[in-house]
Write a protein that binds this ligand. Structure first.
Ligand code: HSE
Length: 428
């Protein structure tokens, strides 16, 4: 019997317990041992926890888990940075293998934690930190490892994908959709993490490490969330044949420069990523030799996350007492990714203008001065003397695009720049 100690007992722990108990005999057959949660560290013993099985002992003392010789694997499901970091580190120092769903901890403290695990000859499983139940960490670490990864485009935040899908297909309001995502257990305790793009940025740092074997920091990358995306943006992109997704993008250019960024993106409806709805996540990987690979599945919620944690537990048991090379992360090369201002993208520009003679000439002249070429333009009347322009540009370096937009704004015929959203997957 392999006994598990939990740090935290919230909805993810409940999901893990359900997976382990419902699949007990399958798991025993697969790894040769029964697996059971023995105890869980909680903050408050008096809090009512419905349906907690009687064999799980709750404690407020970390030592009850960390010093318990029967517990060989510690799973951190408390979230947040502190005291999760200290407790996870103490578990490693106590020579327990550890599993965590905590993307912040892995993204921010990966070097420290991987080194510590190496020193103490234990394994760190973090499959649940990106993509929920999709086995993408194992796929990148092992399955795709013979191939050089050229690009990763990920829908890696279930909450924001749920909100965008609900606005698009169910015509829900942003805040109603967010509340629904919170109720279903997808959103972070502080949903600002999700909607600001920060959660996806942490996940991209982990994908950079595992996929590209490079070490990047949050300060090296640009990230944007979905708070500026309106229902009008979604409707207009639909009219143009696109859907909006929050993408985490990692790319190694042919000149060797890396690009890492998170932002809303207009994706052609014909692209497989356009069909990833609600809390589903997906990563679309381009690798040399193998070409394109799409992994998709439930990316948030107690059961998908519990499944990924259980898969790490099984992986640790399958490897036995030895620390295989699969678990010990290869030292990742520190790199400074290209500034987003120096990257190229197509842009969707939605602007409100006065509906007067020469307005299109003004817009195209000013944009043209900055080498911004228009690929598609639609003019729609809004009300008397006012029109909305929907523009898709050809690829343009971001610094020029921003300069062009600043200049367009100064023209008296321009009433508002309503939105500016990147289009498509390919960098030129
Ligand atoms: N809040 C996260 C999401 C949970 O919505 O994707 C899974 O990491």
């Amino acid at each position: 019997m392999i006994k598990i100690g939990l740090l935290g007992y919230g909805n993810i722990a409940e999901g893990l317990e359900e997976i382990l108990s419902k699949n007990a005999s399958r798991i025993k057959k697969r790894c040769g041992h029964a697996v059971e949660i023995k105890s869980a560290l909680v903050r408050d013993l008096s809090k009512v926890r419905k349906g907690i099985p009687p064999h799980i002992q709750l404690t407020t003392h970390p030592a009850d888990i960390l010093d318990d010789p029967e517990i060989s694997i510690v799973v951190e499901v408390m979230g947040g940075e502190h005291p999760a970091l200290e407790l996870l580190s103490d578990a490693i120092k106590a020579k327990k293998h550890v599993v965590t769903a905590n993307k912040l901890l892995i993204a921010v403290h990966k070097e420290y934690l991987f080194d510590l695990a190496k020193t103490h000859a234990v394994k760190i499983g973090f499959e649940a930190s990106v993509g929920g139940g999709i086995p993408l960490i194992k796929t990148l670490k092992v399955g795709l490892s013979p191939n050089e990864i050229e690009a990763i485009y990920g829908i890696v935040n279930g909450t924001t994908n749920f909100i965008l899908s609900q606005i698009e297909t169910e015509k829900k309001e942003f805040h109603t959709a967010l509340k629904h995502a919170q109720k279903l257990g997808f959103a972070e305790a502080d949903p600002h993490m999700d909607v600001s793009g920060l959660d996806a940025a942490y996940k991209l740092i982990i994908l950079a490490n595992v996929g590209f074997k490079v070490n990047i920091q949050l300060s090296d990358m640009s990230y944007e969330g979905i708070t500026s995306i309106s229902k009008d943006d979604i409707d207009c992109s639909n009219q143009l044949g696109y859907t909006i997704k929050l993408l985490a993008i990692g790319r190694k250019r042919s000149d060797g420069q890396y690009i890492f960024k998170v932002h809303p993106t207009l994706i052609p409806k014909t692209h497989p990523l356009a069909h990833i709805q609600n809390e589903l996540n997906a990563i679309y990987i381009q690798s040399k030799g193998l070409g394109e690979t799409l992994l998709s599945g439930k990316g948030a919620g107690p059961l998908p996350t519990g499944s990924a944690i259980a898969s790490d537990i099984i992986d640790i048991i399958l490897d036995g007492p030895h620390t295989g090379l699969r678990q010990v992360e290869a030292p990742a090369k520190p790199v400074t990714p290209l500034s987003i201002d120096l990257t190229h993208s197509q842009f969707f520009i939605r602007l409100t203008v006065t509906d007067t003679l020469g307005v299109l000439e003004t817009v195209s002249r000013v944009l043209g001065k900055h080498h911004i070429s228009i690929a598609k333009l639609i003019q729609q009347p809004v009300k008397k003397n006012t029109a909305q322009l929907l523009i898709i540009t050809h690829p343009i370096i971001e610094s020029e695009l921003k300069a062009g937009i600043e200049e367009v704004k100064k023209e008296s015929v321009i009433l508002a720049i309503n939105s500016l959203i990147r289009v498509g997957l390919d960098e030129n």
